[in-house]
Design a protein. Structure first.
Length: 449
C-alpha cells in the first residue's frame, strides 16, 4: 500500500508538469521543530520537509510533501505510569493549497506576500520505542491542516514560514492509544522555516500573477479565434481558417472546404471545365474534355475503333463508314452567345478533316437554342450560331463556303429535358448540388448531304 500511494502521488506531480505561458512547478525545502500533543508530549528538533508543488491556478496549487525527523518526550499514561518515548518518523502526504491574497486585483509588481491555507491526507510511519514497547508501524492515515506565509524574493525564489497540525488515525508519535482519544490521536504540530524554487523558462511564476490577467489573456485568444472565423480573403463564403484553397476566383461555386466544385470529378474544376459532365473515370485533357486520340470526333470511352485514319468518316461509335451516315461532333455555346469558343476548335478540326477527305460532301449546319426567350429570338440565335461555325470553318480551316448551308431549329427539337436536374456528390458542407441540362441544348449540329 505504501509503495502504491507514493507512486500515485509522484505520478500526479510529474504528470502535471505542463509548462505553458507561466512557470508552475516548484520544489521546496524547510526545517523546524514539532510538538506532540496529549498527556505524553515533547518538543523536538529538527523536522525536515521536502515538497514538490504544481501551481494549478494563480490561487490554487497541489503539492506532494515528504516529511521526516526525530521526536522524544515524556509524560504519564492513563494509569498514572511514567512514559518516555524516543522515535524517528516519516510521512508522505498530498495537499491542496489556497492563496487567499492572490484573489485580489493587485498587479504582479505589488504581490510580495502569500497567505496559504493548506489541507490534505497522508500516511505516517514511526520507528523507535517507549517505556512500554518497541514501536514499528507505517500506514497510519493522517489528516493535515496548515497555514503558510510566503514572501517573494524573486520570480523564482520564495521564503516560507508554516504551521501544520497532523492528526493520525490510531496512536501518534508516542505509540500510545488512549481510550479518551478515540480513533484519532491528538497528533503533533510542526513549525517550519523554508525556501522554494520555481522551475521553468517562462518569464513569470503563475503563483504571483494577477488572476484577472490570465482570464484576460484567454478572452483575447477566444476573440482572435472568433475574428479568424469572419475572415474570408477570396470571398467564397468559406472562412480562411477552414478554406483549403484561399485563392478561388470571384463568383466561383465552392464546397464546404473552399474547393471549387468539380461536378464530374475529373480533376478539372467546373469553372475551367469545358465539358463538366464527362463520364466517371475517363481521361480528360487540361480543359476537362475527354480525350479523342484518333481525332475522329468520338471520345476514347465510346470509340470502338480508337485508331481510325485521319479524315475518315465514322459513326457515333467511332467505326469507319463509307457514305453520308458519318458522325460529326457537336459544337456547344455559352448562354445567349453565338461566339465559337476556343474549346470547340478541336471539334471543328474533325469536321474539316472529314470534308477535306471527302470533296463531294456538303454540310447542313443547324443551330439550336435552349428554351429561354421567345421562339423568334431563339430561331435567330440558332441561325447566328450556324453562321458563326461556317465562318470558322471557312476562315480557319479553308473549307469552301459553297459546301455549307446555314439552318436553324431554334428552341425546337431540344436534345435534353431542361426540367430535369442532376444531383451529384454531396460536398463537405453536407449540401447536395444539382445542375440542369440547358447547356446541352445550346449547340450546332451537322448533317452530311
Amino acid at each position: 500500500m505504501t509503495k502504491k500511494f507514493f507512486t500515485l502521488l509522484l505520478f500526479i506531480s510529474i504528470l502535471s508538469y505542463g509548462q505553458e505561458k507561466y512557470n508552475t512547478l516548484s520544489m521546496g525545502f524547510s526545517s523546524g521543530f514539532l510538538n506532540e500533543g496529549g498527556s505524553v508530549g515533547g518538543a523536538s528538533f529538527p523536522v525536515l520537509s521536502l515538497d514538490l508543488s504544481k501551481q494549478l491556478t494563480p490561487s490554487l496549487a497541489f503539492s506532494t510533501d515528504f516529511m521526516f525527523g526525530f521526536a522524544d518526550g515524556d509524560g504519564y499514561d492513563t494509569g498514572g505510569n511514567a512514559v518516555i518515548y524516543d522515535v524517528n518518523f516519516y510521512s508522505i502526504s498530498g495537499l491542496l493549497s489556497l492563496n487567499l491574497l492572490s484573489l485580489g486585483d493587485l498587479p504582479k509588481e505589488n504581490r510580495k506576500i502569500a497567505f496559504n491555507l493548506r489541507g490534505g491526507l497522508g500516511l505516517l510511519g514511526v520507528n523507535g520505542l517507549n517505556t512500554l514497547e518497541n514501536i514499528n508501524q507505517f500506514g497510519s492515515v493522517t489528516m493535515l491542516g496548515a497555514t503558510e506565509l510566503g514572501y517573494r524574493i524573486s520570480d523564482n525564489i520564495q521564503a516560507r514560514v508554516s504551521f501544520m497540525q497532523v492528526i493520525p488515525m490510531g496512536s501518534g508519535l508516542d505509540g500510545l492509544q488512549r481510550s479518551y482519544e478515540g480513533k484519532w490521536d491528538f497528533g503533533f504540530r510542526t513549525f517550519n522555516f523554508g525556501i522554494s524554487y520555481t522551475f521553468g523558462k517562462n518569464e513569470s511564476n503563475m503563483a504571483w500573477i494577477n488572476p484577472v490577467d490570465v482570464v484576460s489573456a484567454k478572452v483575447n485568444i477566444v476573440e482572435q479565434e472568433i475574428t479568424s472565423l469572419s475572415i474570408d480573403s477570396d470571398g467564397d463564403g468559406v472562412a480562411d481558417k477552414f478554406d483549403k484553397n484561399n485563392n478561388t476566383p470571384t463568383g466561383i461555386s465552392v464546397d464546404g472546404s473552399g474547393e471549387a466544385l468539380d461536378v464530374d470529378s475529373d480533376g478539372i474544376p467546373d469553372y475551367q471545365d469545358i465539358d463538366p459532365f464527362t463520364a466517371p473515370g475517363v481521361s480528360v485533357d487540361p480543359t476537362g474534355r475527354e480525350l479523342d486520340d484518333d481525332q475522329d470526333g468520338v471520345p476514347n470511352s465510346m470509340d470502338e475503333e480508337p485508331n481510325s485514319p485521319v479524315g475518315c468518316t465514322v459513326n457515333f461509335q467511332g467505326r469507319q463508314i463509307v457514305g453520308k451516315g458519318a458522325f460529326l461532333p457537336t459544337v456547344y455555346f455559352d448562354v445567349a452567345s453565338s461566339e465559337v469558343s476556343y474549346s470547340n476548335y478541336q471539334r471543328l478540326a474533325t469536321v474539316a478533316s472529314v470534308l477535306k477527305a471527302n470533296p463531294g460532301y456538303k454540310l447542313r449546319v443547324i443551330g439550336f437554342a435552349d428554351s429561354d426567350g421567345s421562339t423568334e429570338i431563339n430561331y435567330k440565335l440558332g441561325l447566328k450560331r450556324a453562321s458563326a461555325v461556317i465562318e470558322s470553318l471557312v476562315n480557319t480551316f479553308g473549307i469552301d463556303l459553297d459546301r455549307m448551308i446555314a439552318d436553324s431549329q431554334g428552341e425546337n427539337n431540344l436534345l435534353a429535358n431542361e426540367d430535369q436536374k442532376m444531383k451529384f456528390k454531396v460536398t463537405s458542407d453536407g449540401l447536395p448540388r444539382t445542375k440542369g441540362f440547358k447547356s446541352i441544348n445550346r449547340r450546332v449540329q451537322f448533317i452530311i448531304e
